[in-house]
Design a protein around this ligand. Structure first.
Ligand code: ZN
Length: 193
């Protein structure tokens, strides 16, 4: 009888141990939360990371490799933060339906449906195709406080975003044509022209 009692106690003990594991596992699951948010914040804000916020691998090239794959103007704008002359870019008056892509890595950036005539002299859009397609950086150059926009995948300088755009966002993504490629709507599954 005593042996049976000891066996019962042991069994109950094991049972409660097992039960104890559940809240422990749950606790460690909830502890993971801050780590997740740290990771996503790092992806969303830090250059030099290997993945975009959506988990895509970033495109990285050396200066020489970028120079070889871009025209002089594309290199100056996308890799040196240059700005093309207003009213001069090839997409300023472009009205075809399709997707504007990053000239550096072909990432989809802006839909023609969000392009509008801002009068600024640069292609203007009221939102990117995806909030993670572009990354915002505070820019205090030239004595101005502006928000620079770069490609999330290859860090190409694209332009700036201003808060004087049309509805529904009220934003104006002011983008250099030299930073962009274009895939017409009927060729979106084919190679970019
Ligand atoms: Zn890019």
């Amino acid at each position: 009888m005593l042996k049976l009692l000891i066996a019962m106690t042991l069994l109950l003990g094991t049972g409660s141990l097992l039960l104890n594991m559940l809240p422990v596992a749950h606790k460690s699951g909830s502890r993971r939360q801050p780590i997740f948010s740290l990771v996503s914040r790092a992806h969303a804000t830090e250059p030099g990371k290997t993945a975009t916020p959506t988990g895509e691998e970033k495109v990285k090239k050396t200066k020489d490799e970028w120079k070889r794959s871009l025209t002089a103007e594309q290199y100056n704008v996308t890799r040196c933060g240059g700005t093309e002359a207003p009213f001069s870019g090839k997409y300023y008056k472009h009205k075809e339906a399709g997707i504007y892509t990053c000239v550096g890595c072909d990432a989809e950036l802006f839909d023609s449906g969000t392009k509008y005539e801002s009068g600024s002299g640069w292609p203007s859009y009221w939102q990117p195709v995806d909030k993670y397609a572009v990354r915002e950086i505070n820019d205090i150059s030239y004595g101005m406080v502006r928000t620079e926009i770069v490609c999330s995948r290859c860090e190409a300088h694209l332009g700036h975003v201003f808060k004087d755009g049309p509805k529904p966002t009220g934003l104006r993504y002011c983008i250099n044509s030299a930073s962009l490629g274009f895939v017409p709507e009927n060729e979106e599954n084919q190679q970019e022209k």
